[in-house]
Design a binder for this molecule. Structure first.
Ligand SMILES: Cc1cc2nc3c(=O)[nH]c(=O)nc-3n(C[C@H](O)[C@H](O)[C@H](O)COP(=O)(O)O)c2cc1C
Length: 316
């Protein structure tokens, strides 16, 4: 079972926390996000060394703080435990960090606070802002919310598929069609997709992918580069680079489409290109294998570095 290890800031707000449980296997890590009010209630109990219960916003989940172990009873039958002493230490330590006012609120019943409206704006004229400018900016802003952001921000790789749950053909069709919509250099689509249905080929790909067993997944797509399709007057190395980017983008589009269809996936980059070529019977260079299926368990997304650390804004 994963162990409660640390507390992180939620990505876009300082008004809440991400509580992180780390398992031995990276797939066993888990996260609970608390909004401001939930955090305040938890803090109230912990700081006074009392016992008590915090009801979470989703109306299903709760935290039971006992003197020794705190129990997190979460929806989707998730159950987590944390040593109360450690939880208290971590929360009190976290609360020492100065909290700036931010307009983006954490919704505790979502895994990742992609976007949220602020009703606190003093400016009656509420303008639509990009998520990035809202995060990087300091003023209160209003952001539009969409299904797309929910999909990208809740995606989580899986290496454990529920093999009893067959992936519907229409979903595979949609994933393949999504790959076809990806942009490509000159629109030449310098890539090919091999859809592997054959069990023996899947098993051979496991071997070619550094013996990663989950490559034998319900749906296996191998994305290959095809620079000969890129009919542009550039040096061969540029065409190769374009075809790698084309194949990668197509796989990324397929991966997101899988998430939109309630499936999960794992991207395999660790592969022996020559072995894969031989297995597929092609001269085309493979760029990645996308393994897709229903996950054995839905997991929250992994942490990322803060956007402020990732984005380097260059102004005049
Ligand atoms: C270029 C690339 C190569 C990867 N190769 C592997 C791989 O060979 N085996 C594997 O288990 N995961 C692989 N992954 C998956 C990453 O480990 C995973 O995306 C990362 O830990 C972030 O987790 P998330 O997808 O749940 O956000 C790869 C991902 C990318 C983008």
């Amino acid at each position: 079972m994963a162990e409660f290890t640390k507390i992180e800031e939620p990505y876009t707000s300082k008004d809440g926390v991400r509580l992180v449980w780390q398992g031995i296997d990276e797939d066993d890590s888990d996260v609970v996000i608390l909004g401001k009010e939930e955090l305040d209630s938890l803090l109230e109990i912990l700081s006074k060394e009392k016992t008590g219960k915090v009801e979470l916003e989703d109306e299903f989940s709760s935290i039971l703080v006992n003197s020794d172990i705190s129990q997190f009873r979460l929806k989707d039958e998730r159950y987590l435990e944390a040593d109360t002493k450690l939880l208290r230490e971590k929360i009190l330590e976290y609360m020492k960090i100065p909290h700036e006012e931010q307009s983006i609120q954490v919704k505790s019943n979502e895994f990742y606070p992609t976007s949220e409206r602020s009703s606190k704006s003093k400016n009656s004229e509420s303008k639509k802002q990009s998520l990035l400018s809202a995060i990087l900016g300091s003023q209160e802003k209003k952001i539009s919310e969409s299904e797309y952001f929910r999909i990208i921000s809740t995606r989580r790789s899986t290496r454990k598929f529920d093999k009893t749950h067959l992936v519907e053909d229409w979903k595979v069709d949609k994933i393949l069609a999504a790959a076809d919509t990806a942009p490509s250099a000159g629109n030449f689509q310098g890539f090919e997709v091999f859809y592997i249905k054959n069990k023996k080929i899947k098993q051979a790909l496991v071997e070619a992918a550094n013996r990663q067993p989950y490559v034998d997944a319900p749906i296996v797509l191998v994305f290959c580069m095809n620079p000969s399709r890129v009919k542009m007057d550039f040096p061969p190395e540029t065409l190769t680079k374009f075809s790698l980017q084309d194949a990668t983008l197509a796989a990324a589009y397929a991966q997101l489409a899988a998430s939109a269809l309630e499936l999960s996936s794992i991207w395999i980059g660790m592969l022996d290109e020559e072995k894969v070529k031989k297995i597929l019977g092609t001269d085309l260079q493979p760029s990645s294998i996308l393994c897709i299926g229903y996950p054995d368990k839905r997991r929250p997304p992994k942490s990322r570095r803060k956007l402020r650390d990732l984005i380097h804004v260059l102004e005049s």
